[in-house]
Design a protein around this ligand. Structure first.
Ligand SMILES: Cc1cc2nc3c(=O)[nH]c(=O)nc-3n(C[C@H](O)[C@H](O)[C@H](O)COP(=O)(O)OP(=O)(O)OC[C@H]3O[C@@H](n4cnc5c(N)ncnc54)[C@H](O)[C@@H]3O)c2cc1C
Length: 438
């Protein structure tokens, strides 16, 4: 029998396992897939161009993930930022946001500052803000419908990959609080999109797994059931049963809710997992012979208040001459793309890119997409998002252990929740809890 089990070899599960190993605990990680990293996945074009299909960036205030990058001797490079960014609204490509957007963002930051990201449900306004969807709040607060639509797509979409009517004002403000506010979350330079890892975040996950040593991660071992009592836990997988004194479940809450527990979990913990679906994003890389938009003084970075794509970025790397434009669609727009045939979706996406950087966008060498919602071991991205009304009611059950079961995963982080940094924080916190219990 090992001392501890970890379910899931994403960055959170790996961070938990490393913490447990450092404390001298014998640990076994049970991973459903045949690779580590979960929501990180890096692919390479034939010429060596790096494409990050899952997580892509790290930012300067994400201290835990930066410390791991340093510990494993990985290099970073700054995100491409060469020219002017554009904002598409009312059918035109512009250099400025719709009027009044900055004032609304400032107001949201003041709301976020009133919240404790570890317990947003304790704020006096929590119940009221949780009953209000971001969409309704923007409709009442933004100076006009264009600004409301722009901000709804930028915030609910760009941060959480949902539509503005699928997230409450409380959940959004809490997410802002956890990442340090809009000035920390939204920008490239100085913000969460500042840097990339050479080899992608997948290189980090692989380095973490290598540091655990051989035989620690058990591949192809989806956990289907966990028995638990005061003596210990037994995890049942497709490849056998594993016993331990305690377990860290490091998978998104929606997937944690699909595991069978005996005895059954308390009502409010199960209620939480029923109310935290994954976001819905569609991320596409269009690859060109060169980044032609830079010659026109464009950065390739755009925020769009209309159309199928909400954001675009230049995902080129310093070591490749290819141009890579990445398009993100969210919520209802992502689902609309998902319903299209492959050729129709390609046309819709390339038309949207042409609006941002010109007609040459319609002639890529390659288009590469990956549907995280179709992946049975993720089922959506970027992360789980509590539905309106649920954070104030069920939030306290996100992290609360159930006997010998501890909960990790980026969704449970109190800093940079939803991000790689939050995944690491959550894993280390769950490991510390488990150690205290042992
Ligand atoms: C398209 C996309 C873009 C993103 N962009 C960024 C970004 O730029 N910067 C950033 O910081 N973050 C970004 N994120 C979010 C980031 O990827 C996640 O926050 C982070 O990877 C979550 O790590 P985790 O360990 O909590 O969960 P996961 O990575 O989901 O790991 C969970 C693991 O558990 C496994 N698993 C699931 N169910 C079971 C089971 N029953 N039994 C055994 N194993 C199981 C899965 O296979 C997986 O390996 C992005 C995510 C996506 C998908």
């Amino acid at each position: 029998m090992t001392d501890a089990l970890v379910v899931g070899a994403g960055c959170s599960g790996l961070a938990a396992a490393l913490s447990l190993r450092r404390a001298g605990v014998r640990v076994r990680v049970l991973e459903a897939r045949d690779r580590v990293g979960g929501r990180v996945l890096t692919r390479w074009l034939a010429d060596g161009t790096q494409l990050d299909l899952g997580a892509q960036w790290i930012g300067p205030t994400q201290h835990l993930v930066n410390a791991l990058v340093d510990r494993y001797g990985l290099a970073t490079f700054p995100s491409a930022a060469y020219g002017a960014s554009v904002v598409v609204w009312e059918g035109a490509r512009r250099r400025t946001e719709p009027p009044g957007a900055a004032r609304v963002l400032d107001l949201l930051d003041t709301y976020a500052a009133r919240l404790d990201p570890a317990a947003p449900w304790t704020a006096p306004e929590a119940a009221r803000w949780d009953r209000t969807t971001l969409g309704d709040w923007l409709a009442a607060t933004a100076p006009d419908p264009v600004t409301a639509r722009y901000l709804g797509r930028l915030l609910a979409g760009g941060l959480l990959a949902v539509s503005p009517d699928q997230v409450s004002l409380l959940a959004l403000a809490s997410y802002l609080a956890s990442g340090g506010g809009t000035s920390s979350l939204l920008p490239t330079t100085g913000g969460a999109q500042q840097d990339r890892i050479v080899g992608g975040p997948a290189a980090l996950a692989e380095a973490m797994a290598a540091a655990l040593g051989p035989e620690v991660v058990r591949w192809g071992a989806p956990v289907v059931a966990i028995e638990h009592d005061e003596a210990g836990v037994v995890a049942h997988t497709d490849v056998g049963r594993f016993e331990a004194a305690a377990v860290v479940v490091a998978v998104p809450p929606a997937l944690a809710g699909r595991i069978r527990y005996a005895p059954a979990l308390p009502a409010l913990r199960d209620g939480l997992t029923q109310r935290m679906p994954m976001g819905s994003a569609w991320k596409t890389h269009a690859v060109y012979p060169e980044p032609f938009w830079r010659a026109d003084g464009l950065s390739g970075v755009a925020s769009c208040a209309e159309g199928p794509v909400t954001e675009t970025v230049d995902s080129g790397t310093p070591t490749s001459s290819r141009g890579v434009l990445t398009a993100f669609s969210y919520g209802a727009q992502a689902n609309a793309l998902r319903r299209m045939s492959g050729p129709a979706r390609r046309d819709a996406l390339l038309d949207a890119l042409a609006t941002v950087v010109g007609p040459a966008a319609r002639q890529p060498d390659e288009v590469i997409e990956y549907d995280w919602s179709a992946d049975p071991w993720t089922r959506g991205c970027f992360c789980g998002v509590l539905t309106p009304g649920s954070l104030s009611e069920y939030g306290p059950y996100l992290r609360a252990p159930v006997g010998r079961i501890h909960w990790a995963g980026t969704e449970t982080a109190t800093r940079w929740a939803g991000y790689l940094d939050g995944a690491v924080q959550a894993g280390e916190r769950a490991a510390a809890e488990l150690l205290a219990g042992l």
